[in-house]
Design a protein around this ligand. Structure first.
Ligand SMILES: C=C(O[C@@H]1C=C(C(=O)O)C=C[C@H]1O)C(=O)O
Length: 116
């Protein structure tokens, strides 16, 4: 069996170079994901405040169902596991809904504390 591991802890320099090149790209992609998520949360915080002020419910299941259908289709076209894409979106949405519930509570409490 051929191996690129020299057995003394060193990795073949060509393999090391390829690993470093791929990891540089992974680091760039991770940075992009973080920046995109930060922008998404900025938008969803604004949606949360709008809903709280107008007393709309934190979650909208019909909207979520449409997003999941769309994301699954995008994932399929991109050769990404659609089940993973759905789980990932649901994970993010659950966090957004927690934020919206908190914003609604804070908004209701500050209204209740207003002088009449
Ligand atoms: C952001 C919203 O609030 C919730 C969060 C969603 C999301 O993170 O995409 C989608 C639907 C809602 O359950 C919204 O209603 O648009």
């Amino acid at each position: 069996m051929t191996t690129s591991n020299t057995g003394n802890g060193d990795v073949d320099p060509a393999v090391r170079a390829e690993l470093d090149r791929l990891r540089d790209s992974i680091d760039n992609i991770d940075a992009a994901v973080v920046h995109m998520l930060a922008e998404r949360f900025k938008c969803t915080q604004q949606v949360g405040r709008l809903k709280a002020v107008h007393q709309l419910p934190p979650a909208d299941q019909a909207r979520e169902a449409r997003q999941i259908t769309r994301l699954r289709s995008l994932a399929e076209n991109a050769k990404l596991d659609p089940a993973f894409a759905e789980k990932f979106l649901n994970f993010i949405i659950a966090e957004v809904i927690r934020h919206h519930e908190r914003i609604a509570e804070d908004t209701a409490n500050s209204k209740a504390a207003e002088p009449s």
